[in-house]
Design a protein around this ligand. Structure first.
Ligand SMILES: Nc1nc2c(c(=O)[nH]1)N[C@@H](CN(C=O)c1ccc(C(=O)N[C@@H](CCC(=O)O)C(=O)O)cc1)CN2
Ligand SMILES: NCC(=O)N[C@@H]1O[C@H](COP(=O)([O-])[O-])[C@@H](O)[C@H]1O
Length: 190
């Protein structure tokens, strides 16, 4: 399994779950590498501390999306993963990249899809007057945030919520749901 990490908190939750729940023994699965488009991503530092292979493919170093995605795919394929997991990864992936991994490419999105695909989900939910928010684990397809849903979790939106307080409440549920959804995927496909 490969983790494509943006910030790092979901990647950290997955690495901890893999160790705590003994995925290597129970699921014959391990985190083969953590790859990020940001050299300073917390997920890179944590992976290195855990002795997990890491790589950085900076999108700024490539002339266009296709070139970045091709370099990212080369870094991924060096590990021949069964599963590619996006965790806080903030780049829209090209059709060529998606076609290469579709069916074994997962993402976690901080809203209850199909509501609020894209960015700034918490602000949009508050501004829309929603009473609940949440997260969605889904398969990545060419159409942004529209792939088959694997798992969701709901949290309340409180009257005093800001996008930041809501984000923190959703994130705590992401760390619980994503590792479980990945473990379920691994057990169902092994
Ligand atoms: N083809 C697909 N690519 C990606 C998907 C997907 O379903 N299909 N999921 C996203 C993850 N994501 C939300 O969960 C998401 C990531 C990035 C963006 C976006 O607008 N990115 C901008 C840059 C934003 C930034 O750098 O801060 C961009 O790429 O121009 C929207 C949604 C992962 N990719
Ligand atoms: N479109 C992707 C996206 O918005 N991802 C979101 O980034 C936040 C930080 O995750 P992280 O701490 O794992 O980097 C999380 O809320 C995650 O759902």
């Amino acid at each position: 399994m490969i983790l494509i990490s943006g910030g790092g908190s979901n990647m950290a939750a997955i690495v901890r779950a893999a160790e705590r729940e003994q995925w290597a023994r129970r699921l014959d699965a391990r985190v083969a590498a953590v790859i990020s488009n940001k050299a300073d991503a917390a997920g890179i530092a944590l992976a290195q501390a855990q002795g997990i292979a890491t790589d950085v493919v900076a999108h700024q170093h490539h002339p266009n999306r296709e070139a970045f995605d091709a370099a990212l795919a080369d870094a991924i394929d060096a590990h021949a993963p069964a599963l590619v997991v996006l965790a806080g990864f903030m780049r829209i992936l090209t059709p060529g990249f998606v076609a290469r991994y579709e069916g074994r490419l997962l993402n976690i999105h901080p809203s209850l899809l199909p509501a609020f695909p894209g960015l700034h989900t918490h602000r949009r939910a508050i501004e829309a007057g929603c009473k609940v928010a949440g997260l969605t684990v889904h398969q990545v397809t060419v159409e942004l945030d529209h792939g088959p849903i694997l798992a969701q979790a709901v949290v309340p939106i409180l009257p005093e919520d800001t996008p930041e307080t809501l984000a923190a409440r959703v994130l705590s549920q992401e760390h619980r749901v994503y590792p479980r959804a990945i473990a379920d995927w691994l057990s169902q496909t092994s």
